[in-house]
Design a protein around this ligand. Sequence first.
Ligand SMILES: N[C@@H](CCC(=O)N[C@@H](CS)C(=O)NCC(=O)O)C(=O)O
Length: 287
Amino acid sequence: MLKVISFEICPFVQRVTAALEARNIPYKVEYISLKNKPQGFLDISPNGQVPVLLTENDTALFESDAIVEYIEDEFGPLESGISNEERAKDRAWSYLGTKNYLAQCGAMSSKEADTFKQRTEKLRAVFQKMEKQLSGDTAFFKSEQLSNVDIAWLPLLHRADIVKAHSDYDLLCCLPKTQAWQKQVLSTGLNEKSVSADFLERFKNFYLTNTFVATINENDEFHCCTSECCMAGCCTPDCCSTEECQTNYCIACVCKDDCCNSGCCDSECCNVDKRKENCCTPDCCKK
Ligand SMILES: N[C@@H](CCC(=O)N[C@@H](CS)C(=O)NCC(=O)O)C(=O)O
């Protein structure tokens, strides 16, 4: 049987186990300590990192990208009839997610507000790209069928969900299509099937204890504006009081244009497209 050498809260491992779970492929898991790596592990893992997949032939595969591609080659794709171009695009969107696993770990581990802010702004910029890419008309990334991209982003979406449930911080604030996608991906149950039974406890001990994110409360600037205007991806005049503009993600994080960074929008920002992307509404616009 396949064996995954693992560390309980590693997102790269979770991507691999989710790819196996999505195909119903049986596997065993061996957990190791990353602080005290066993020599047997170091002998088969050239980068000294998990995941390592031991195949049926006892061949050790490392690097999660390569392992996931092996799983697809060996056990078949999640979707059939994918062209080479589409596969390349899917890989690129997958990599955009996986290259940000460590950014999310870093943001969640931040001890200070400033560090947290810098790190989450970078991470949110990636989620904003996803928000533009999602059509909003399909359950999963491209269609009604789960794809490699959904699996690659699952660890990010899963962790964002746990953080939101246990602190007052929503990484996906004001990103309604990404939120809907998160819900669909998590509704598959793959998030829970792909981690250990004590994952939540370990995750909370590591990321939600003595970290800045754990201290966020409903009154501070990191709290998401959950009013309907914000959830619609655009703010109404009610949201756009100067104070709201400065303190809510509703404005602060969604608007990236110079005109918007001033806290409110000028008339040039207020064409229909910009309004969809940003928080500009005619009523909040100053000439
Ligand atoms: N590029 C690697 C990254 C894997 C990785 O960063 N694993 C972490 C745990 S999440 C690790 O093993 N860290 C121990 C170390 O780097 O010494 C992959 O995609 O497999």
